[in-house]
Write a protein that binds this ligand. Sequence first.
Ligand code: NAG
Ligand code: NAG
Ligand code: NAG
Ligand code: NAG
Length: 314
Amino acid sequence: MKFPLVTTALSLLCTLPLTNSATFSNPLREINGSDPFLVYHDGYYYLMTTTWRNLQIIRSKTLNGLKTGESKTIYIMANPKPEGNDVWAPELHRINGTWYVYYSQDRLSWVLTGGSDSPWGEYGDNKQVHTEWGIDGTVVDIPGWGHHYVFSCQRDELQSLCIAKMVTAMSVGPISMLSQPLEEWERVEVPVNEGPAGLHHGNKTWIAYSASFCKTPDYQIATLLWDGRGDPLKASSWKKSDRPLFSSANGNYGTAHNGFFTSPDGTEIWNIYHATQNASGSCGADRQTFAQKVNWNADGSPDFGTPVRTGEVL
Ligand SMILES: *[C@@H]1O[C@H](CO)[C@@H](O)[C@H](O)[C@H]1NC(C)=O
Ligand SMILES: *[C@@H]1O[C@H](CO)[C@@H](O)[C@H](O)[C@H]1NC(C)=O
Ligand SMILES: *[C@@H]1O[C@H](CO)[C@@H](O)[C@H](O)[C@H]1NC(C)=O
Ligand SMILES: *[C@@H]1O[C@H](CO)[C@@H](O)[C@H](O)[C@H]1NC(C)=O
């Protein structure tokens, strides 16, 4: 990754190898690191994770700086339920030049309207994107077909993935089913498809998603590939990977619910995901935020590699 290089006076004086801005170690967040989503824009990395009762953006000029980056709360739940863990999976998306934050509240799909050309700008009212049960909404710009809203929905009593074309940044057209947890590796403890994230490379579009229950070590990432021709609203236009592509390893478990971000120079795509060190998996605040580069297989498909070890310097 081509990070902006900052040479400090200290690094010139010191003979010990220093961690400069060009390197970082995982995790980027040790607590409240669940469901991470990161964008790079105009010199800053902007990170959002699940903090349960509010929406916070953390920003820094370097990845390592996100560990102590400045944070800004952009939304606080008005009436949280005592038992609730009610605001989930916030994501920053830029649509036609304006930034929006999509998030789940009470298992419904919401968006904090933007109005600014900076992720650090002001946000306006919250609007519900559609009215059915829905969590983990994301925006995928499908080449030639426009912006689509992809989220985890209920179909046939299975937590599935659904898709709808966006009419505006705050509203969608008809919703259709995209994927269901029918494979054994998508059904560990509870059948689940959730946490979708769009990925574009070499004229191909994927939706990565998380399969199986979060409180198992089998919570893992798989993909749906759009063949570039068929109507993206039809499940038949997408091909599911024949196996999970990123799973627990190296002391980190349930390595999923990810997003993707592009390096400052635009040449690399990185995976931002959460992991727990609890071998039973976790759905809680102990999940940590990790970043790791995506490589590419000869057939053009993503190679997510193996989850890195905690503390490894990248
Ligand atoms: C984690 O989130 C909880 C709930 O929002 C909050 O009370 C706590 O301060 C957060 N901890 C850190 C280290 O951010
Ligand atoms: C973005 O702008 C294009 C071109 O004006 C428009 O067709 C499209 O509907 C807009 N997208 C959204 C989600 O508003
Ligand atoms: C992507 O499509 C464009 C336009 O059709 C083409 O020029 C380009 O070579 C393609 N890139 C890859 C990596 O296939
Ligand atoms: C790991 O998860 C299990 C099952 O949820 C829980 O009982 C246990 O307390 C957790 N361990 C730690 C160290 O948090």
